[in-house]
Ligand binder design. Structure first.
Ligand code: IPE
Ligand code: IPE
Ligand code: MG
Length: 217
């Protein structure tokens, strides 16, 4: 049973920074380093797509200093990424600063023909908003069956979501891929996101193998 698509809720960056006497902004920079390791290992293990929760629609309520730090980390990543993943984003970019929105467009364009794993970044993303958006399009088209409805979700070009992993100890989805989560296997780790290592990916994939998926049958 191979894993085609994993979702990671990358929680615990702030607590990790605090525990190391660093600013929350630095916590996000370390979080990005962990993401590089995790994504690389997923690709080596044959995973086709990784979706990561980087910024929720609710995170906009955080102090502006922290939001700016997150935006800077993401913008720099977009402008400097030269790896082999296909980078794509899902979320609402209409309210983001222009330069950040431009950097998203540019990294998507630059990597569109890459042959590697797809790294899908949920940014200014909310699962409910994504479902509502898809529902509006489906309504306009007068088509309401699962197959066509799913084509309008942010994750439409990706395989079915096999598993969701949340770091940082909380056992909730916090509005991440609610529709796609339907039959995903859930994993919750105490570990804070910046502490994630390649070996954690191996352990998660091994644990997935031991689960029995029944899909209601
Ligand atoms: C999650 O890490 C990532 C973002 C919200 C961008 P947090 O910032 O929520 O880290 P903790 O949960 O406060 O430690
Ligand atoms: C979820 O983490 C969002 C991201 C990881 C980007 P939060 O820290 O925002 O979630 P809550 O507030 O603990 O539910
Ligand atoms: Mg958190």
């Amino acid at each position: 049973m191979s894993v085609k698509h994993i979702g990671f809720i990358m929680d615990g960056n702030g607590r990790w920074a605090q525990a190391h006497g660093l600013s929350r902004a630095e916590g996000y920079a370390y979080g990005l380093m962990a993401l590089r390791k995790v994504a690389k290992r997923c690709e080596e293990r044959g995973v086709e797509a990784v979706s990561v929760y980087a910024f929720s629609t609710e995170n906009i309520e955080r102090p502006s200093e922290e939001i700016n730090a997150i935006f800077e980390v993401v913008k720099k990543f977009n402008l400097t990424y030269d790896g082999k993943f296909k980078i794509c984003y899902m979320g609402d970019f209409s309210t983001l600063p222009d330069k950040l929105a431009d950097s998203i467009e540019s990294v998507e364009e630059r990597t569109a023909d890459n042959e590697g794993m797809t790294l899908n970044i949920a940014f200014n993303y909310g699962g409910r908003a994504d479902i509502l958006h898809a529902a509006k399009i489906a309504y306009d088209h007068g088509e309401f069956v699962e197959d066509t409805f799913e084509k309008h979700l942010g994750s439409s070009r990706l395989p079915d979501l096999d598993m969701i992993v949340r770091t940082g100890g909380e056992m909730r989805l916090s509005n991440f891929m609610l529709y796609e989560a339907a039959y995903a296997e859930l994993f919750f780790l105490e570990k804070l996101w910046p502490d994630m290592q390649e070996s954690d990916v191996d352990e998660l994939l091994d644990a997935f193998e031991k689960r029995t998926r029944k899909f209601g049958k």
